[in-house]
Design a protein around this ligand. Sequence first.
Ligand code: PMP
Length: 355
Amino acid sequence: MSFSFRPGLEQVAAYTPGKPAPVGADGLSAKLSSNENPNDPLPSVIDAIVKTFPTSVNRYPNMATPELSEALAARLGVDAQSLVFGSGSVEVASQLIHALAGPGDEVMYAWRSFEAYPILVRAAGAVPLEVPLDAELRHDLDAMADAITERTKLVFVCTPNNPTGATVTTNELDRFMQRVPKHVLVVIDEAYVHFDVDPKSPTGLDFFARYENVAVLHTFSKAYGLAGLRVGYAIARPDVAEALRKVALPFGVTDLAQSAAVASLAAEAELQVRIDTIVEERDRVYAALKSAGLPVFPSQANFVWLEAGESTEAVNEVFRARGVSVRAFAGSGLRISIGSAIENDAVIEVAGLAA
Ligand code: PMP
């Protein structure tokens, strides 16, 4: 006997995470495949986790996220009711799709962008509308505005974009918003926003304040270094926030994650020093690869994109032999996360071999 699965499910590819890092000849093992933060948690964050631990294992977490909602609302200057949390921002992206797009509805995003978008859209039975990035691997927001139809419910704008690192500008996004019909919710996915130092870049919160049909996605996984604890959130208007809560998984954010996030918000000055270092390291890796003559793209995120076309697998093998795991996209290129200075040195060395 075999089951008959939901029509369309055959088109859904399961999400494949970055591979574990191999160990290179000199013992280096660098996982630079998932845009994680290379730093250990701050002592104050570990303290908060340890304090929460005894009471947070046999009991379900507090779904109301009281302290986290309050701390974050104060930090962002928004109403706590505007914040909806999930098990990573990927779960919140899923909530957005399930709340707004049913079978036959379209969800638009640039391509290539975050790999989870097509998976989540298809899994919801909705139709992905993928609009190619331009030659500089930037969002083509004019083409995206042109492609909106009456069936389009949701548009994801990922800035800085995963996996290319490119941003949209405030002016481009304003022009786009003026063309987007009010029935379409534009989700600005700012997973990497803390690494974006380009003054021309938009601020999701500004757009949220200025446009009724904007929501913003943030995560504690990247700049805040809590990827393993899974906590992300949307900033949304009350009607959208209420719809998201209806489709949210029960108990999606553990008390450990909540307490670590609260402690991280209290330690932003310390975290900023680390973010500044990652930004400096990113610029160093970019400059070195560029001066080696490699087709690397300017990035405002905690990774760089190296175009490699048909050589992608071969270049990936050179990285793996050195003990470096990066994210290879077959036939296209490699996304290399920024790690510690030693790991980044290895990237520069390997890329030199590939040049
Ligand atoms: N958005 C983008 C653009 C991402 O790259 C990622 C993680 N790779 C996420 C959202 C989700 O991150 P998380 O679920 O860890 O918050």
